[in-house]
Structure formats: C-alpha cells, structure tokens
Design a protein around this ligand. Structure first.
Ligand SMILES: CC(C)(COP(=O)(O)OP(=O)(O)OC[C@H]1O[C@@H](n2cnc3c(N)ncnc32)[C@H](O)[C@@H]1OP(=O)(O)O)[C@@H](O)C(=O)NCCC(=O)NCCS
Length: 491
C-alpha cells in the first residue's frame, strides 16, 4: 500500500495483518524504516537480511522511528549526516536532555549579505507568488516533482489556491519563497519556502519560520542541492531576525522533537480500493468493506454550522486555550485564525479549508470547532482515476477539553469527528486523513481510521527541547497516555 504521504509520513487504510496491534513489523515496514534511517542502515549493513530484520523487531519502535535506537554509537550516526551534523540541531544522543533553548546565538552582523554560489548553470530566484505566472511555475514544479509514495503510484497535487493560502499567510515575506532557476532557460528547478509564525515550546513563545515545499526537479536529485537550499533560506530568515524554524519530514534527520503516525478513514472505499490505496482485508468482501465504511447522511452535533466571519474571535479564544494543552503548539493571532480557518468564496478559486463551529442554542457561545483542508494527489498512470481527494484534519477545539473529564472529551470528539467525516464525504472527499497529534488517539480507531505505514517527524531548527509525545506508544499505536505533545498541524 502506498500513498504519497508515505514519504511525508502517511499510508494505507486497512492495517495489514502483520501490522495489527501486538504484532511485529512486516518485512516491507522494516525495509521502509531502514530507508528512512541512514544510521540504522549503517549499523545493520553486512548483516544477513533476516537477522537484521529480527534485530530490528526487537528494538523499540518509537526509538527506531526517531533514529534513537542505536545506543552508544551516536557519533557514527551523526557522522553519516554530512550536512545535518554541521547544523544547529540536536544530536541524537542529546534527545533526553531537558534543558531547552536556542542552540546557537546568531549575530545578525555576521550573517552573509549574499547567497552561496550555486552549481554552474543555475541561479537563485525569489518567487513573486502574487504574480499568477510565477505561482503557476511553482505549481508545475510541485505537481510533477513533489512528494510521491515509494511505488510512484501517488504524488501530492497542491492546488494553486492551496499554495496561495499556505504561502501568503499574515506577515508572509517574498524573500522566503526561494527558487532555483536554470540560468539559460530560466526554468524553475527547485524550491524551498517559509512563512512566519509563533510557536510555544513548553511555554516559551518563539518566533519561527514554518518551512515547507522543499522540492528538487527529478533530474537534479542527489547533487547535494538540498543543503544549499536550506542554508539559503536560513540566511534569509536570519537577515529578517528569525533564528528558529519548525518543519516536518517523513525521513529521519537529527533529531525529531516528536514523531506522529498517519491514519486514514476511507470515505469512498471502492475508489480507494480501485486505485490501490486500500486493500481488501483477508476474509472480507468489497461489499462488506463498503458497508463498514458507510456514514450517516446527516450530522448529529446540535448547533453545528459552517464557520462565519463573526466567529473568528470566539474561535481564536477557544483555539488558543485548547492549543496550550500541548507542549508544542502554535500561537494564533486573530488575523491568522481568519486566514487559516475562514473560507472566503472567490470566483475561480478552489476551496481549500472547511471549518465548522458549534453554537450553543441558548447562550450563542461557540463551544467547539473543527476544520479540515483539501490536498489532492495525482494517481499516476491509472486507467480510471486521475486523482484522489483527501481531507486532512486541521485544527479543532472543544470546551469539553477543560472539564478534566477524559471520558466526556472522548464522547464529544467521537461525535464531532464523525460529523467532520460526514461533512467531508458530502464535499466529495475520498479519504479523511489525521495524525496521532492533538487528542486524536481518543477517536481514531473507534471511527474506523486505518493505521498508515509512515511516520511524520517534527523538527525544530536551532532550538533544543526534550522530545514530546506523538500520540503513539512503543508499538506505534494511538495511545491516550501519549497525548499532550504535538499541537501543530503542518501542511
Ligand atoms: C527531498 C529532496 C529535496 C532531497 O533531494 P536529494 O537530491 O535527494 O538530496 P540532496 O543530494 O540534494 O541532499 C542530501 C541531503 O539532504 C538531506 N535531506 C533529504 N531530504 C530532506 C528533507 N526532507 N529535509 C531536510 N533534509 C533532507 C539529506 O539527509 C542529506 O543530508 P545529510 O548528508 O546531512 O544526510 C528531493 O528528494 C525531493 O524533491 N523530493 C520530493 C519532494 C520531497 O520529498 N520534499 C521533502 C518534503 S519534507
């Protein structure tokens, strides 16, 4: 089973028998783990394949996934990351260290005013995404070269409206939309982008750049262009006085602050089956799978309605209080809430975000909200389907979270999230994806989300803090005792 998200940390609908609770890693999962963990691969090199797999099965999955399993040999681990070992990021062996804060103090005077030179034939570009032609160029690069699954069956297909939304949030800076062009043809061949925001890391509020859309044209891979791109956006951030960043990746790098797992809830099971996203579990039938995933046609939370402009203040207040329950969370301004959550109808623009609030009939207070965004993938070379529409669970919040009654919170979220599934189905999504962050372990399995086979690792640049839980236990399954860590959803 594969999904573009495998590379950014996601995967199939139906947990395969060997991935089921309490069972061991499948051979494919072992191979995938080794692919994403250079240090481990080195450790196990030369060992017989079956023996290596057996050794891996005995290790702690959570540690494996975060690259921490190689015990006292971390010198060598770090040494295999030729670029990342030079960067202000925590080393693997520092992960348990509690003392938090910036790793390197940056003197703005000493930051170079000019970019590093690129390999011959290429030049730096700053993308002007307010210009439709340049937005189109970025769209073209990403549509044909961005994240794919390992089997090259699916590739992310961010819409132009999505790129506009993701890259022009309040305070956005043109300088942080970095491109590389071929000098002669001026063709855009690589990108790395950032937007400014503030995050709280264990109560320390820090200004950061959210990094996204690192992409290199397929013909320019493995030429060490990534480090050059990362150094360039870092330089541009430093020059703007921002010295920290947050980013996610499906690959293990030094050193994840947390690791979450993707879960998938089929909305159109048959289509997912036809495109090879979902499998038919042994002993089941297509009809049974369709029935299993069937949803009611109407929502059940009283007072649930689409979010409107008048709800922005109430949603911001609830989101801020809800977010602070997580060690790593995003601090939202009113403008950010409006930008990220409020859909504004615009002619010729696709809808990107769907947000709903629950208004109490008597007090008219907003007691809950939930949102999801649209991220399609191209189905590569399929005779019947050319895309898959995925809804990704985005931010949500509920007053029930402050009652200290976990059972009540679980019940509330089961109802709210089932309604979100119904609304996504109505909006013609094929699948609903969610990570194990926020309070998601309370409802994922009960609402028939299937375990993905990828992880999403969270990273902080130039900031050190002890790891935070990613909602999964040492069997990599959702665990209510592992909540309270990640409260940031990255696109
Ligand atoms: C990810 C991608 C840019 C890497 O390019 P590449 O040509 O394979 O790698 P390069 O030779 O340029 O650079 C290798 C270095 O980049 C690092 N690297 C690879 N992927 C990375 C990522 N997603 N984030 C940060 N660093 C990464 C490697 O670890 C290596 O550094 P190291 O020596 O310290 O280990 C490229 O494969 C790509 O565009 N993939 C599709 C889009 C994608 O997956 N983007 C990342 C989304 S998180």
């Amino acid at each position: 089973m594969s999904d573009p998200k495998d590379n950014k940390g996601k995967a199939p609908e139906a947990p395969k028998a060997e991935d089921a609770p309490g069972n061991k890693l499948s051979t494919k999962a072992v191979e995938a783990l080794l692919e994403s963990n250079a240090a481990l691969k080195n450790e196990l090199a030369g060992m017989d394949k079956d023996k290596a797999a057996e050794a891996l099965r005995k290790m702690d999955i959570a540690e494996l996934l975060t690259g921490l399993a190689v015990g006292g040999k971390n010198q060598k681990d770090m040494a295999s990351y030729k670029f990342w070992q030079t960067q202000p990021v925590p080393r693997f062996d520092e992960a348990a260290n509690d003392a938090g804060g910036p790793i390197k103090i940056i003197d703005p005077e000493k930051v170079s005013k000019t970019p590093d030179t690129l390999i011959e034939g290429f030049e730096w570009a700053t993308l002007d995404l307010t210009n439709d032609d340049e937005l189109q160029e970025l769209w073209d690069l990403l549509t044909y070269h961005y994240v794919e699954d390992d089997n090259a069956m699916f590739r992310f297909r961010y819409s132009k409206s999505f790129l506009h939304w993701a890259l022009m949030s309040p305070g956005w800076k043109k300088e942080w939309h970095v491109g590389v062009r071929a000098t002669k043809s001026k063709k855009l061949v690589a990108s790395i982008c950032g937007v400014p925001t503030e995050v709280r890391v264990r109560d320390q509020k820090i200004k950061v750049t959210e990094i996204n859309f690192l992409c290199i044209h397929k013909k320019l891979r493995s030429k060490r262009l990534t480090p050059v791109l990362i150094k360039e956006i870092t330089r541009r951030c430093y020059l703007s006085g921002i010295y920290q960043a947050v980013y996610t990746a499906g690959v293990v790098l030094p050193t994840p602050v947390s690791s979450c797992r993707y879960y998938h809830r089929p909305l159109d099971w048959l289509k997912l089956y036809e495109i090879g996203f979902s499998h038919l579990p042994r002993g089941s039938t297509k009809a049974r799978q369709i029935t299993k995933n069937h949803l009611p046609s109407t929502t059940s939370t009283p007072g649930l309605r689409a979010m409107e402009a008048k709800d922005v203040n109430a949603v911001q207040d609830l989101l801020e209080r809800y977010s602070k329950r997580f060690a790593l969370n995003q601090a939202f301004t009113r403008e950010e809430v409006e930008h990220w959550l409020l859909h504004k109808e615009e002619a010729g623009k696709e809808q990107v975000v769907w947000s709903y609030v629950v208004e109490d009939a008597e007090t008219h207070k907003i007691t809950d909200f939930v949102s999801f965004y649209n991220l399609e993938s191209t189905v590569i070379q399929h005779p019947k389907h050319d895309n898959v529409r995925a809804a990704y669970l985005y931010y949500y919040g509920t007053e029930t979270a402050f009652t200290q009654d976990q059972k009540a919170l679980k019940e509330r979220l089961l109802m709210l999230m089932n309604d979100a599934l119904i609304l996504a189905k109505k909006a013609k999504f094929d699948v609903f994806n969610a990570l194990t962050l926020h309070d998601n372990p309370l409802f994922l399995e009960q609402l028939k989300f299937g375990a993905g086979d990828g992880q999403l690792h969270y990273y902080l640049y130039n900031y050190r803090t002890a790891p935070v839980p990613g909602g999964v236990n040492d069997k990599n399954l959702p665990d209510e005792k592992k909540m309270g860590g990640v409260g940031i959803v990255m696109l």
